[in-house]
Each structure stands twice: as structure tokens, then as C-alpha cells.
Write a protein that binds this ligand. Sequence first.
Ligand code: HEC
Length: 132
Amino acid sequence: MRYALLIVLGLVIGIIGTTMTLNALNRGPHYPESLMRMMGYYATSVGKNVKANRCTVSDNLPQLQAMRALSNDLEPILLPQDNEANFRQRASNLRAAIDAMLAAPPSTCAALDKGMNAVGEACDGCHKEYRN
Ligand code: HEC
């Protein structure tokens, strides 16, 4: 009787383990979260540089360029969403805010801070409506 119970217990543990492994394997790449976390990573990186007074163009241009490239993927990765035209407009607003910085790359912390505030507003504008 005791051995029968142990065998059943072993089977149950095996089934639970297999289910957990399969769930982990099926999770996939999570593109929406990945895109947004990279966006957040670069925005935070610029924010840290401003705090540390590292505000030359070469300190921050690579992050801005990376954010601009990532922002091209907002629609392909995050659509479909409710009110698609509005979503596309929100995505364009972010690109415009980054483009404004790339057109005349900020070389002082004050200018960088101002530009990043506009970028942050574009992030928040979309998040208020589309981030659950
Ligand atoms: C056009 C819309 C839009 C713009 C612009 C946008 N986001 Fe998002 N963001 C979303 C949506 C939608 C989600 C929820 C994604 C999900 O988890 O499915 C999200 C989620 C996030 C998350 C949470 C990710 C997670 O861990 O699940 C972070 C961090 C984030 N955004 C950062 C940013 C930053 C920084 C910017 C600006 C530089 C930005 N986002 C601009 C739509 C946008």
C-alpha cells in the first residue's frame, strides 16, 4: 500500500514538473514587453547621465538613436489596439519628440533634460490610454 502511494506521488510530481517545463518553454519572446523594456532602459540611461552631469553629444546620442530605431517598431509589435488611428498618432508623437532631439543633438544637461521631458510626455501620453 505504501509503495503504491509513493508511485502515485511520483507520477503526480512528474506530471506537475512536465507541465511547468512546457509552460516555461511555450512562453515565447514577449515582444511588447521586450520592446518597452529596452525603451525604458535607454531612457533611464540618459536620465542617469543627466544626473551624473554626462551631457556631451557622444554620451547620449547612441541612446537617442537606439530609442528612435525602437520607436519604428511600436506599431508592428503593439498593434492591434483600440482606436488604431489614435495609437498610431501616439507612436508618431514619440518619434517626433526623439527626432527633434536628433535634429539638433543636445550638448548641455539643461537641453537634454528638456528634450527628455518631451519624450517622457510622449511615453505617458500613450501609456495613459494603452498600458493596462
Ligand atoms: C504608442 C504607444 C506607446 C508609446 C509611445 C510608449 N509605450 Fe511603453 N507601453 C505601451 C504599451 C501598450 C505597453 C503595455 C505592453 C504590454 O505589456 O503588453 C507599454 C508598457 C511599457 C513598459 C512596461 C513593460 C513591461 O515590463 O511589461 C515600460 C517600461 C514602457 N512601456 C516604457 C516606455 C518608455 C520609456 C516610452 C517612451 C520612451 C514608452 N514606453 C512609449 C505603449 C507605448
